[in-house]
Design a protein around this ligand. Structure first.
Ligand SMILES: [Zn+2]
Ligand SMILES: [Zn+2]
Length: 1023
C-alpha cells in the first residue's frame, strides 16, 4: 500500500502526475467499456476502442470511410534467427442482448464472461501462414452460448526489406447476429510471449547520430507495449515527455539574477561559460564522439553528420565566450547590458528574478550583433526552443540592450526593432510582455538621464483590430472617423494592465488636440500618471512617433507599396512638424501640405532631430518562421528584399534578422529564400536526445500523449464521449473528492488545485467545420455531464474582444466551478502565444497538417503542470493513419519527421503579384523625397523621369538584384521586363481611367496585404 501523499507545494507535481494517469485510465476504460457489465444502450453505438468487427462484414465497402472498424489487431515483429517458438495469449469480451423487463428501453445488453487463453506456436521453417486457436475459441464461445461468435489467431510470415517478419493477429471471424452486437468482439487484446525479437530501425531520420532509432515492434490497427520478453497490443499508443530542466552541469548554477548582473555581468558570465566548456568536453569532444561511433556502430554518414554538428556546436561555444570578452572590453556595452538587467527586473515585477542559463547564453552569443553590425547583419539568427519557455524575454533582453545603447549613442528617437508575427491575430499576452519590458526600460532611461523620446511600443497589425488612421470624415473603408471613435468606450484598448504599475487601470480615449488615440493609467501613484502611456496603436501614429519597438503582423509589410509613412520603418522620415505633438512628417500630398499626418495641419516642416542614417532599425524580427511557407513565404521573400534594399540605400546598413522557429527542418534554405542571409541556430540541438546543456530532461512529467483511434464510430463522436468522460472525472472530484483522492493516495487538500488545473478541456480542431461540430455537440450532447458545460471559442473567427475576455476568464477563473469555462474549442490561432497555466487537458481532433503545428498546439497545455494530450486521429486519412502507426516515435522525434518547408523566391507567378508593390515602394519611400514633386500621379512621375531618365531602368536592375536573380532566371527576368515595359507604355499613353501611378501597373495595384495570395494554390517550391 502506497502511503498517502501529504499536501505541500512540492507535492503538487506528484499529485497532478497521479491525477493525469487516473484521467488517462478513465478515458481509455470509458471508451472501451471496461468497467461496465450491463448497458441499456447498444454497445455498438457506445464503445469505440478495443472492438473488432466481423471480418466479412467490415471488409465490405460501404463508404463509411470515417468510421473504419478493423476485424483484426496484432503485432509485427522480427524474431531472432532460429527463434520460431513462442506463445500467444489473447482475451476478448462479447455482449449479449435480452428483452428489457424494467425501464423504458426495450433492450438490455449484458457483458458475457471473458474469453482468454494462450496457445503455443512453433512456426515451421518455410511456412507462410499458421491459423491457430480456432477450436479453443469455438469451445469457449459455446460455453458462454455466444451463437455465431468465432475468432482465430493468425501468424503470417512476410518479407520486410531484406528480412522476414512475423505478424501475429487476432481476427474476428464471427457471423453477424443481432443478439450479439452483430458479431462484434470487445476489449480485444493479444500478447506474444517468450519471444526473442530484434528491434526495427527507423531509417527515415536525418542526422541520426542524435537519436535512438530502434522500435521494438509495430502494431497492426493498434499500438504495441513491449515488456520483458513479451509484446502486447495496446489500444492507446502513448508517449511521455518530461519537463525540461535548464541546467545540466554538475557544478552549481551561477547566480544570473537580474540584480547580480546589474552590478556585475562579467563574473557570472565567465562562470557560466566555464561550466558550458567543461560540459562540452563530456558531450562534444572528439574523444567522446569517437567512442560513441564505435559503441553505437555509426555509419560513415552518421559520423559525417556528427562532425558537422560538432563544428556548429563549437561555433556556438565560441560566440558565448566572445560575448564575455565584449562585456569586459566595451564599457558602453557593459553599461547598457547592466541597465537592461535592471529594466528586466522591473518588468518581471517579482514574478521571476533571473535568466534561465540558455537565455543568458543567447544574449552573450548575440552581443556581437550590437557592436559589429556589418558582419552580423549577414546572418539570420534563429532561436529554436522546441520545448518553449522564455523566448520572448530572451529577445527582449537583446532589444532593450540595443535600445539603451541607441540612446547612449545619440539615437534619440526612431525604431530599434520591428517584430512581426505571421498571423493576423497577434498574441495579446505577448504584447503585454513587450509593453512591460519597455516600461521597465523607460524607468531606467530616466534614472540614467538619457536624452531622447520615451521608450515606446507600436502595434501595427492588419485586419480590423486597430485603425489605420482616424480622419475627420471617413474616406476609405479602412479609416475611422473621429466621431465614431469618440462614441466608443475605451476605443482600441490594447492592454488592460498598466505596464508601469500593473493595475487594471488603463483606459483609452481620442484626444483631438494632438490627434492621438491615447492609453492612460488612472492610478495616481503610477510612474506614468499624468502622461499617456507610451503605446501607439493607430498606423499613422506609429509613423508620426516611430516607437522604439514595433510589434505586429507580417501582412503589414505590404504597406510599403502605398504608405509613405512606412519609410520610418526602414529609414528616416522627411522631417518633423513644427507644431508640438504632431511628430514626424512624410511625403507631401494635397491634404498634407507639409507632410504632417495630423488633419488640416498647416505648420512648417522642421529638421529631423538626428542624422538620417541613424533612423533605420537595428533589428527585424520574425516570429514563427516555420509558418512562412508556400505562397505566403514566397510573397514575403519579395517584400523582405524590398525592405532590405530600401533600408540599405537610406541608412547604409542592413538590419539584423532574428527569428524563432518551432522546427529546424530545412531552416537554412528557408532563411536563404526569405532573407538572403546565412542561418545560425541557437541553441544547437544536443548530441543526444534529451541530453543537452541548455535543456535536458528532468524527472517531472510534462505531457502524456495518447492516441485513441475510434473504431466503428466517428471521430466527432469519440471526441464528444471523451469530453463527457473527462468532465465527469472532474465533477466526481468535486462531488466525491475524498474517494477520488483515496484512489490516488493523495491528501484531499489537493482537490481545489486539481479542479482548477484540470477542469477546462481544450478541444483543438484543424478545421472550423470540426470545431463548429464540437460547439454544436456542446449544446446537445453534454447533458450527460450532469450540470451545464460552459464553452468558449478561440479561433481565427473569434473577435478581438471575445479573445481578450476568454483569456482573462481562463487566467482568473470564477470562484464557483459551475461558472467557469469548461471547454475551449480552439484552432491554430491558439497555438501561438496563449500561455495559461490552467490549461492541462487537450483533445486533438485529427492531426494538424504540419508537425510544427502539432508541437506548438500541444505546447499550449502543460506549461506549468503535468498535462494530458489525447489525439483522436482521423485514420481514414493516410497521414493520420501513418502517424498513428508510429505514434510514440512521432512524439519523441516530432521535429525529425517534419517535412521540408516548401518555399521559393523564384516564382514567376508570385512575382506577378508582388512586382507593382515592389516598384511603387521604391518610388514612394526611396525616390519621392529627391523628386521635384509627388510621385503618386503620372504627371509627377514624368517630372521625376525628366531629371532621372534612367530611373525605371535602374529600379528594374535593383529589384532583380535584390531578388538575387541571375542570367539563368530567364522567366523572372522576362516578367520584370514585361511589367516595366507595360508600366512605361501606360505612362506614355495613359488610359482615361488612370489617375494614380498605381493605376499604371499592367497587372493591378500593389497588394493590400501579404495575405492576399492565400486563397490561391500553394506555390510549388523547389525543395
Ligand atoms: Zn499605471
Ligand atoms: Zn503638424
Amino acid at each position: 500500500m502506497i502511503s498517502v501523499l501529504p499536501f505541500s507545494e512540492e507535492g503538487k507535481v506528484e499529485a497532478a502526475t497521479r491525477f493525469v494517469a487516473w484521467l488517462e485510465d478513465r478515458a481509455i476504460a470509458g471508451a472501451r467499456g471496461d468497467a461496465e457489465e450491463v448497458s441499456d444502450v447498444d454497445p455498438i453505438g457506445k464503445f469505440w476502442l478495443g472492438r473488432l468487427g466481423p471480418k466479412d462484414e467490415v471488409t465490405k465497402s460501404d463508404g463509411r470511410g470515417d468510421r473504419l472498424e478493423p476485424c483484426a489487431i496484432g503485432i509485427r515483429f522480427r524474431p531472432a534467427v532460429g527463434k520460431s517458438k513462442f506463445s500467444i495469449a489473447i482475451s476478448a469480451r462479447a455482449w449479449s442482448r435480452k428483452r428489457n423487463k424494467e425501464g423504458d428501453r426495450p433492450w438490455l445488453w449484458t457483458k458475457l464472461p471473458a474469453i482468454a487463453f494462450e496457445v503455443n506456436v512453433d512456426f515451421p521453417d518455410g511456412a507462410d501462414e499458421l491459423v491457430l486457436g480456432v477450436e479453443e475459441f469455438d469451445a469457449r464461445f459455446k460455453a458462454i452460448k455466444g451463437d455465431g461468435l468465432m475468432a482465430e489467431i493468425r501468424v503470417v510470415r512476410r518479407r520486410y526489406g531484406t528480412n522476414f517478419v512475423l505478424e501475429a493477429t487476432l481476427v474476428n471471424t464471427s457471423t453477424p447476429k443481432d443478439a450479439f452486437c452483430d458479431g462484434r468482439l470487445f476489449e480485444c487484446w493479444l500478447e506474444v510471449r517468450g519471444i526473442d525479437s530484434i528491434p526495427f530501425e527507423l531509417d527515415s531520420l536525418p542526422d541520426t547520430f542524435r537519436y535512438d532509432r530502434r522500435v521494438a515492434a509495430f502494431g497492426i490497427n493498434c499500438g504495441v507495449s513491449p515488456s520483458e520478453g513479451a509484446l502486447s497490443t495496446s489500444d492507446a499508443p502513448a508517449k511521455t515527455r518530461m519537463r525540461p530542466k535548464y541546467w545540466a552541469s554538475s557544478s552549481p548554477e551561477p547566480d544570473i539574477s537580474f540584480q547580480r548582473l546589474e552590478s556585475d555581468p562579467i563574473a557570472p558570465a565567465a562562470e557560466l561559460t566555464a561550466a558550458f566548456e567543461s560540459w562540452a568536453e563530456t558531450a562534444w569532444s572528439e574523444k567522446v564522439l569517437e567512442a560513441r561511433r564505435i559503441a553505437e556502430r555509426w555509419t560513415p554518414a552518421m559520423t559525417k553528420e556528427a562532425s558537422k554538428a560538432a563544428a556548429l556546436f563549437h561555433d556556438e561555444l565560441k560566440r558565448v565566450r566572445e560575448g564575455v570578452a565584449l562585456l569586459e572590453g566595451d564599457p558602453k556595452l557593459r553599461t547598457a547590458f547592466s541597465a537592461m538587467n535592471r529594466a528586466m527586473a522591473i518588468s518581471a515585477s517579482g514574478k521571476y528574478d533571473r535568466w534561465r542559463p540558455f537565455q543568458f547564453a543567447f544574449l552573450l552569443a548575440n552581443l556581437k550583433s550590437l557592436v559589429n553590425t556589418d558582419e552580423e547583419s549577414g546572418v539570420a539568427d534563429v532561436v529554436w526552443f522546441a520545448t518553449g519557455g522564455g523566448k520572448t524575454e530572451t529577445y527582449l533582453g537583446l532589444l532593450v540592450t540595443a535600445a539603451i545603447l541607441d540612446r547612449m549613442g545619440g539615437k534619440t528617437s526612431g525604431v530599434t526593432a520591428w517584430s512581426r508575427f505571421p498571423l493576423r491575430m497577434l498574441s495579446l499576452q505577448q504584447t503585454q510582455r513587450f509593453a512591460n519590458a519597455l516600461a521597465g526600460a523607460e524607468i531606467v532611461r530616466r534614472q540614467m538621464g538619457l536624452a531622447g523620446d520615451p521608450f515606446s511600443l507600436g502595434f501595427l497589425v492588419g485586419g480590423t483590430a486597430t485603425p489605420n488612421r482616424v480622419r475627420k470624415d471617413k474616406g476609405r473603408e479602412s479609416d475611422w472617423d473621429v466621431d465614431q471613435v469618440e462614441d466608443m468606450v475605451n476605443p482600441f484598448l490594447l492592454i488592460e494592465t498598466c505596464p508601469f504599475c500593473r493595475q487594471h487601470s488603463v483606459t483609452t480615449k481620442f484626444r483631438r488636440g494632438d490627434w492621438r488615440l491615447i492609453h492612460e493609467c488612472s492610478n495616481r501613484d503610477c510612474f506614468s500618471y499624468g502622461q499617456p502611456l507610451p503605446i501607439f496603436v493607430v498606423d499613422e501614429e506609429i509613423w508620426r512617433f516611430l516607437p522604439t519597438i514595433v510589434v505586429g503582423t507580417l501582412d503589414k509589410a505590404a504597406n510599403v507599396g502605398f504608405q509613405p509613412g512606412m519609410r520610418g520603418l526602414v529609414g528616416a522620415p522627411w522631417g518633423t512638424c513644427s507644431r508640438e505633438g504632431h511628430g514626424f512628417t512624410y511625403a507631401i500630398r494635397s491634404d498634407r501640405p507639409n507632410g504632417c499626418l495630423v488633419p488640416d495641419c498647416r505648420a512648417n516642416r522642421a529638421e529631423l532631430p538626428m542624422p538620417e542614417a541613424v533612423f533605420a532599425p537595428r533589428f527585424r524580427l520574425q516570429d514563427e518562421l516555420h509558418l512562412l511557407r508556400d505562397s505566403l513565404g514566397a510573397v514575403d521573400a519579395h517584400y523582405e528584399a524590398v525592405l532590405d534594399s530600401i533600408q540599405l540605400h537610406l541608412s547604409g546598413r542592413l538590419p539584423k534578422i532574428l527569428a524563432s522557429s518551432a522546427t529546424l527542418s530545412g531552416y537554412e534554405k528557408q532563411v536563404d529564400v526569405l532573407f538572403r542571409r546565412s542561418a545560425r541556430v541557437f541553441p544547437q540541438p544536443p548530441p543526444e536526445d534529451g541530453r543537452g546543456f541548455w535543456t535536458s530532461e528532468s524527472d517531472d512529467l510534462m505531457r502524456r500523449y495518447l492516441a485513441l483511434a475510434p473504431r466503428g464510430l466517428t471521430v466527432e463522436f469519440a471526441v464528444d464521449r471523451l469530453v463527457i468522460t473527462l468532465q465527469g472525472c472532474v465533477r466526481r472530484l468535486l462531488d466525491d473528492g475524498e474517494a477520488v483522492c483515496a484512489e490516488l493516495s493523495i491528501s484531499s487538500d489537493y482537490n481545489p488545485f486539481l479542479v482548477s488545473n484540470y477542469g477546462t478541456d481544450v478541444v483543438y480542431g484543424n478545421t472550423l467545420r470540426d470545431l463548429d461540430a464540437v460547439m454544436r455537440s456542446s449544446q446537445t450532447q453534454y447533458g450527460a455531464v450532469g450540470s451545464a458545460l460552459n464553452t468558449a471559442s478561440l479561433t481565427g473567427r473569434t473577435d478581438f474582444e471575445e479573445v481578450r475576455a476568454t483569456l482573462a476568464r481562463l487566467e482568473k477563473p470564477e470562484d464557483d466551478f459551475s461558472s467557469r469555462v469548461h471547454l475551449v474549442a480552439a484552432s491554430s490561432m491558439m497555438s501561438h502565444g496563449v500561455d495559461i497555466d490552467r490549461l492541462n487537458v487537450m483533445i486533438m481532433l485529427g492531426l494538424p497538417l504540419g508537425v510544427a503545428e502539432f508541437i506548438q498546439a500541444t505546447a499550449r497545455v502543460g506549461r506549468k503542470w503535468p498535462a494530458l494530450v489525447i489525439v483522436v486521429p482521423k485514420v481514414a486519412r493516410e497521414r493520420d493513419a501513418s502517424v498513428y502507426r508510429s505514434f510514440p516515435e512521432f512524439v519523441s522525434h516530432g521535429d525529425r519527421f517534419v517535412e521540408p518547408i516548401p518555399i521559393t523566391r523564384k516564382s514567376r507567378r508570385v512575382l506577378e503579384r508582388t512586382i507593382s508593390g515592389m516598384e511603387i515602394a521604391r518610388l514612394l519611400l526611396l525616390h519621392e523625397k529627391e523628386a521635384p514633386g509627388p510621385l503618386t500621379t503620372p504627371k509627377g512621375l514624368n517630372a521625376w523621369l525628366k531629371v532621372n531618365p534612367d530611373g525605371l531602368k535602374a529600379d528594374k536592375a535593383a529589384i532583380a538584384q535584390s531578388l538575387g536573380l541571375t542570367d539563368r532566371d530567364l522567366f523572372l527576368l522576362d516578367e520584370l521586363d514585361a511589367w516595366f515595359g507595360g508600366f512605361a507604355r501606360n505612362l506614355r499613353e495613359p488610359g482615361t481611367d488612370v489617375r494614380f501611378t498605381s493605376d499604371l501597373s499592367p497587372n493591378g495595384p500593389p497588394m493590400m496585404s501579404l495575405r492576399d495570395v492565400e486563397e490561391q494554390a500553394p506555390v510549388a517550391g523547389e525543395s
